[in-house]
Design a protein around this ligand. Structure first.
Ligand code: DQA
Length: 152
């Protein structure tokens, strides 16, 4: 099984970006931890990050037929981008949405996700560890859906 880890705008600045909200782990730290977890459960990963909406859509298109599912933190595009949700719907790649912060406990404009209605599930508010939970949950869901032998 292959899973894509997709991060959107400003997540390249994790580690120094508003650490009181997003913590001190860098994106490299998070991707490194995920790589170790993925190896331990027999899953391979591909990763991508972009600050641009179109580039994120191109990554999703390019992962069609390549990945079995995607863990995505779309950053602020979560709240605005129908185009991103359309890319998931168009490719039919199952995805789990993750947010470091609890978007439902923040400013009103962050309390809605336009992606969520198309997602397998969402993890939010649990910091960097949320990526692990999202990965394990996605793999578990795909495994039970497809009856494959891997386990999360
Ligand atoms: C975020 C929450 C978004 O509202 C914000 O724009 C981000 C990060 C999170 O991980 O908590 O960039 O997705």
């Amino acid at each position: 099984m292959k899973i894509g880890i997709l991060n959107g705008p400003n997540l390249n600045l994790l580690g120094t970006r508003e650490p009181a909200i997003y913590g001190t782990a860098t994106l490299a730290d998070i991707e490194g931890a995920l790589a170790r977890i993925a190896e331990s459960i027999g899953v391979s990963l591909v990763t991508a990050q972009s600050n641009s909406e179109g580039a994120l859509i191109d990554v999703i298109h390019g992962w069609r037929g390549v990945v079995d599912g995607i863990v995505v933190n779309a950053g602020a595009y979560t709240h605005t981008s129908l185009a991103l949700r359309d890319a998931f719907s168009a490719t039919a790649i199952p995805f789990v949405e993750i947010h470091l912060s609890n978007i439902y406990a923040r400013e009103p404009e962050r309390r809605h996700s336009v992606l969520a209605s198309a997602a397998v599930g969402m993890v939010c508010g649990l910091g960097a560890d949320g990526y692990e939970y999202a990965l394990r949950g996605l793999v578990r869901t795909l495994t039970s859906t497809r009856g494959s032998s891997s386990s999360a």
